[in-house]
Design a binder for this molecule. Sequence first.
Ligand code: NDP
Length: 476
Amino acid sequence: METNGLRQRSPTSKNYGSTNGNVVITEAGRAADKRLDQHETFEFGGPWGVAAIITGFPVLMYYLWICLWFYDGKLVYPTSVDDIQPFLLKMWGHIQKDASPNLYAWEVYSGFFFFQLFIAWVLPGFKQEGLPVPSLGYKTLMYNCNALQCWYTTIVVSFVLHWTGVFRLTQIIDNYGHLMTVGMIYGFGVSFITYFHAVATKTTIRMSGNFVYDFFMGAALNPRLGPVDLKMWAEVRIPWVIVFYLAVSGACKQYDTLGYVTPNMLFMCLATGLYINACAKGEECIPQTWDMYHEKWGFMVIFWNFAGVPFSYVYSVVYMASHDPSAYRFSTLGYVVIYTTLLTAYYIWDTSMAQKSHFKMQTQGVLNFRRTFPQLPWHTVENPTFIQTAHGNRLLTSGWWRYSRKPNYVADFTMSFTWGAIIGTATFIPYFYPVFFITVLVHRCSRDFERCAIKYGKDWERYCEVVKYKFIPGIY
Ligand code: NDP
């Protein structure tokens, strides 16, 4: 039985109502879930903290871009009090000239944005049932996972546009500043529109009553546009596709200007390509992540996907596209080390995420998993060990999950580090991504563990005794 993407378990099924495959959500579990759906404490430093993030991040993004683009990757700053005003005017001048939201950027970003929305809407996909949503009375949502079809379609269309000269991919990196500004405007605009829509339609959840904080955290949990789940769409179809095309654009630019593409730029094409491909090929695992069933659709998620990730994660590409390769050339051994590190981290990230998602799907009764390219060995743990919680859910204690409580974070962070390290010491600005990301992951991890402690109580403590380390076994 399906209504508006919601699936109600068949009343004839013995799983009807309070069960999740062969996992039964107990009364205690329901009480904990209910508590987690109420606003209890302010996160991110409360209203003042989120106000600082909302205003500070765009400023930081402009600042780092200006340093990279105009000052050879060096951090510039006023050297005296008298210098502050001229310095700020100079910064503003750069933004006005090279990061204005011009017609070209509107056309390119909007064209890309609505093309992604259109193909997500119309292309067929793999149907994946999400986890039971407590706030929907434990109904599950169906997800049309067509990111892979959309990703392949995008590759073909972009290749044709480039080849025919209708839209040369080289232009993307040349218009970085302009596109970044339009991405930010989309981030703010969509956040406002969807916030007020949720309030007007009374689809809000976990509201604090403070406008700034609720705008940042979001109002709705599972907003949809037709068949498109906005959160999942925004997470996969916009940021990682843009970072991939920035890398490809940088490679095209090097080819045009140097006559060849450096191994460093190829590395970024590979790294970003692997990331978007992983998100697309394993899209059916995303409904099992807490981004989908817990995080709301607010400024934090929207701005970060429309502007933050695309325009602050691949500073190394921006630098390489405008600097001579001698500034960041590695020895052969250096290339072997960095490529091997990336591929190893990717393997652990991909398979650890798959192991947990497949385990959760198994507990929902799904035994046959989707097969997409590339299928890596050990994506599913045979005869997994787990802790049965009083809540009803199970916590996996085998596969990568026997070594640490966040093996996926360790691997993801390692990949992010290589995205900066590929530039060596030519400039430190590309290390913004790993530095920022480790902060996000540590904070996210503490939020997640607090949530799990409430949800699972003593069972969580038992789990932490079995899986002792948070990140790296033997160390932390
Ligand atoms: P996890 O995939 O670790 O999911 C956490 C949730 O999984 C917990 O709340 C719990 O939920 C469940 N869980 C935890 N341990 C177990 C276990 N042993 N067995 C079964 N269930 C368990 O984290 P995220 O969803 O935060 O992240 C997903 C990926 O996204 C990560 O790889 C992360 O690096 C990446 N990411 C990337 C970002 C970027 O900007 N590059 C930003 C944010 C995330 P419950 O029990 O309630 O089901």
